[in-house]
Design a binder for this molecule. Structure first.
Ligand code: NCD
Length: 306
């Protein structure tokens, strides 16, 4: 593995070994005994063209816990000509001998383009509506810790699937690991070829959630909507927002997940989001650091500057 640009195309053994390595980092993180010499002398640059809280900070923490020099570059999308700036930026970063480049960009394919232009290992931290591979890995790690394996689990991914790179990466990863994926949401927020991705499509929560082992909620991505695809937030919540009543359709021990940031009262009710036993949303954040450490670790072994 030279870069991490997408889950699509990754196979089960590769995913499983990343998850195993991440698992070992969970324990090291909890005891504060992370190997700070692992990335000593390496430079990690966080290049974020889009907003982020969890992803950027967890990549920063992951790099620091392994001893890398971490630089955060936050670029405002509004003032840049994307194509030119990306390539100019790539040339600049290359001149700085960056080893690991973490990129988030509003355009699908931007990290892949950068990967062709820089010597560093490039990690996609979310590109447009395409993929968000480390999010799917951290979701898988969270589920695996609770259920032992992903094999044959029914995972319902609910809400704004159309705009969600989280959904796309999860569909590929869950499929590769033998889980059964359901996509649940209004027809206006469902990609046209949803079934071709190997998932079952539902347009109502009760049937989509029936018997589900995992309920993964997605944020309503209003910033990616050209026009009103939903009538109103209130109506959306009524039909597609996860509350205790809708959750009761899933298995009694079904896990509730959300990649964050949450729109409380829009796609998820606070009582469910904060539920002490059902919600694993905070654990997802913890797993995010461990997964990103595993990814940095693996990529730093094969990078051009290794
Ligand atoms: C997601 C993203 O940016 O794709 N957030 C995240 O990384 N945890 C999901 C979202 O923005 O809704």
């Amino acid at each position: 593995m030279r870069h991490l640009l997408a889950i699509e195309g990754m196979h089960r053994p590769q995913i499983a070994s990343l998850l195993d390595l991440a698992e070992s980092y969970v324990l090291l993180n909890r005891t504060g005994k992370t190997p700070r010499d692992r990335l000593r002398g390496r430079t990690l640059i966080n290049l974020f063209f889009e907003d982020s809280t969890r992803t950027r900070t967890s990549f920063e923490l992951a790099g620091k816990r392994l001893g890398a020099d971490v630089i955060n570059m936050t670029v405002s999308t509004s003032s840049v000509n994307k194509g030119e700036t990306l390539l100019d930026t790539a040339a600049t970063l290359n001149a700085m001998n960056c080893d690991l480049l973490v990129v988030r960009h509003a355009s699908s394919g931007a990290p892949a383009l950068l990967a062709q232009k820089v010597d560093a290992a490039v990690i996609n931290a979310g590109d447009g509506t395409h993929e968000h591979p480390t999010q799917a890995l951290l979701d898988a790690l969270t589920i695996r810790r609770h259920r032992g394996s992903l094999e044959n689990l029914i995972v319902a991914i609910c809400g704004d699937v159309l705009h969600s790179r989280v959904a796309r990466s999860n569909i590929h990863l869950l499929g590769a690991m033998g889980a059964r994926v359901r996509l649940v949401g209004p027809p206006t927020l469902m990609p046209a070829a949803a079934e071709r991705l190997g998932a079952e499509v539902f347009h109502d929560m009760a049937s989509g959630l029936a018997g589900a082992d995992v309920v993964m909620m997605l944020r309503l991505q209003l910033e990616r909507m050209a026009r009103g695809l939903v009538p109103s937030a209130r109506e959306y919540f009524r039909f597609y927002g996860l509350d205790a009543q809708k959750l009761a359709c899933a298995r009694p021990d079904a896990l509730v997940m959300h990649p964050g940031p949450m729109n409380r009262g829009v796609e998820i009710d606070s009582a469910v989001a904060d539920h002490p036993t059902r919600s694993v949303i905070r654990e997802q954040v913890e797993m995010g650091v461990a997964v990103r450490m595993a990814v940095l670790d693996v990529l730093s072994r094969v990078g051009a500057n290794a």
